[in-house]
Design a binder for this molecule. Structure first.
Ligand code: GLU
Length: 483
């Protein structure tokens, strides 16, 4: 076998089947979510199947909490799967069956080397400055040499000659000398399958045509191929999938992404940072995949355009400010009733949702996330007397409070409380007083919202309504009356 595993992705004539295969040993972080997205999008683009496999064979480190977080995070992102998730831990018997087929056909063997022997082997390799690699000491031994009743592991017999070539859809052609691929363990001494075996058996049984995953698994592909080719010799129907190993995500400083860079569980983006899923979807898509200079790409457009060839070869950099920016863009387009629900869940007490919904069109244009939206909405529900921000307090000097008294007197005569009439009336008043309009609007904003930034002043007046507006103005105007 001089070379194996060559494929270019076009050769497969089966419908596309992809899988996302997270290990539930921690939260679903931004890198995992992006792998899931790319895998899902590729299937959707080709009208194929997107599958999910929970690789929960590490019983000590896998938790139900992590499984739940992965499932709910993926659902929130809008990545739905075409079949129920496969739980790898339930497939142990099948993994063992494949290991036994490999054993029976001479593609795997039992290794009785003890820990002490292996340690000695590694020390010798270290001393000789050789790569640390199992030396195949049980590979060609006659099974009759096996120590009776001693524990053993099962190792796959990999080729020592020639090279393996993978035509990776992202990394291009990658070659590895077969001598570098050791006879690794597929069944541990307790009979349990290793990841290397389980993943390849599951990929086959799930009919996966394309394996989209992080490039930290590229080495594994070279090790997994010998199992595929051996099983194909035995059963005749094990196809080599197309591999697409995507570069990892780095932080803005170029270092490997860590918590410090915002590599958090995706529920943190949802629950704490107030990001909407369509924005994260778009952001993750653009993180390593491009279509010209387009930054804002909807889900439907992404499905239409996504191809593995658009994935770059260098690590992409995670940029929180960019994500927040995109989030702001998506908030502007989001449905008001939906935003009202998201915002009210973040506010203290039970806000008047009808008022919140009416305010949403003017609030959402200035916010980058749901928290900002909730903060911006707070003035609507504030109790008198309003607590003023420091800046608002500064604006309400004696002069300004005097102007508020004049505005109050003027507005009290106003019966038509609409944006148009209030605008005409207040502008006329400013002119009458010989003041620029800002001289009225600034203290008015401070009195009505307690802040120096808010939606347009006429919107604010209309949202609060006549009575509440007049009361808020009076509350700030009267304080200054005698001082
Ligand atoms: N379970 C592996 C991980 O979470 C992925 C394995 C694979 O995609 O083949 O890194």
């Amino acid at each position: 076998m001089a070379s194996n595993g060559v494929n270019n992705g076009q050769a497969l004539d089966r419908p596309v089947v992809t899988r996302f295969a997270p290990s539930p040993t921690g939260f679903l972080h931004i890198g995992g979510a992006r792998t899931a997205l790319f895998s899902w999008l590729f299937a959707r683009h080709h009208g194929g199947k997107a599958l999910l496999r929970i690789e929960d064979t590490d019983r000590a480190r896998s938790t139900q909490q992590a499984i739940d977080a992965i499932l709910s995070g993926l659902e929130w992102l809008g990545l739905e799967w075409d079949e129920d998730p496969v739980f790898q831990s339930e497939r142990g018997a099948r993994h063992v069956e494949v290991a036994e087929a490999l054993l029976a056909n001479g593609h795997a063997y039992r290794c009785y080397a003890t820990q002490a022997e292996l340690e000695e082997m590694r020390s010798a390799q270290r001393a000789a400055k050789q790569p640390l690699r199992y030396d195949g000491r049980w590979r060609d031994r006659d099974p009759s040499h096996a120590p009776a009743g001693a524990p053993f592991v099962v190792r796959v017999k990999t080729s020592n000659e020639g090279e393996t070539v993978i035509d990776d859809a992202v990394q291009g052609t990658v070659r590895v000398n077969n001598a570098e691929i050791d006879d690794y363990i597929i069944l541990r001494s307790d009979g349990s399958p290793t990841y290397m075996l389980a993943a390849v058996v599951d990929d086959h049984d799930m009919g996966c045509t394309h394996i989209v995953r992080g490039d930290d698994h590229l080495n594994n592909a070279f090790r997994q191929l010998p199992i595929i080719t051996a099983m194909n010799e035995i059963e005749g129907n094990w196809a080599v999938p197309v591999y697409a190993h995507i570069p990892l995500i780095h932080g803005a400083d170029g270092a490997k992404l860590s918590k410090r860079h915002g590599a958090l569980g995706i529920e943190t983006y949802r629950d704490e940072m107030g990001i909407v899923p369509e924005a994260l979807f778009n952001y993750l898509l653009r993180l390593g995949w491009g279509y010209g200079d387009e930054e804002v790409i909807s889900r439907d457009k992404a499905i239409e355009l996504f191809e593995l060839s658009g994935i770059g070869q260098s690590p992409s950099r995670f940029d929180l400010a960019k994500l927040q920016n995109l989030n702001g863009i998506y908030l502007r387009d989001a449905d008001d009733a939906r935003l009202t629900e998201l915002v009210s869940a973040r506010m203290d007490g039970k806000p008047d949702t009808a008022l919140l919904a009416r305010a949403m069109p003017v609030l959402k244009v200035r916010a980058k996330d749901i928290n900002e939206l909730a903060d911006a909405a707070a003035f609507l529900f504030a109790q008198r007397p309003l607590t003023l921000t420091e800046k608002a307090e500064k604006q309400l000097d004696n002069d300004a409070r005097g102007r508020l008294a004049a505005v109050h007197e003027h507005l009290e005569t106003e019966t038509v409380w609409t944006i148009e009439s209030l605008e005409a009336s207040l502008k006329e008043k400013a002119e009458q007083l010989g003041l620029g309009f800002g001289k009225l609007a600034q203290p008015l904003r401070a009195a009505l919202t307690g802040q120096t930034t808010s939606p347009g002043i006429f919107d604010v007046l209309v949202l609060l309504g006549r009575d509440e507006s007049l009361a808020r103005i009076a509350a700030q105007a009267t304080v200054s009356a005698g001082s």
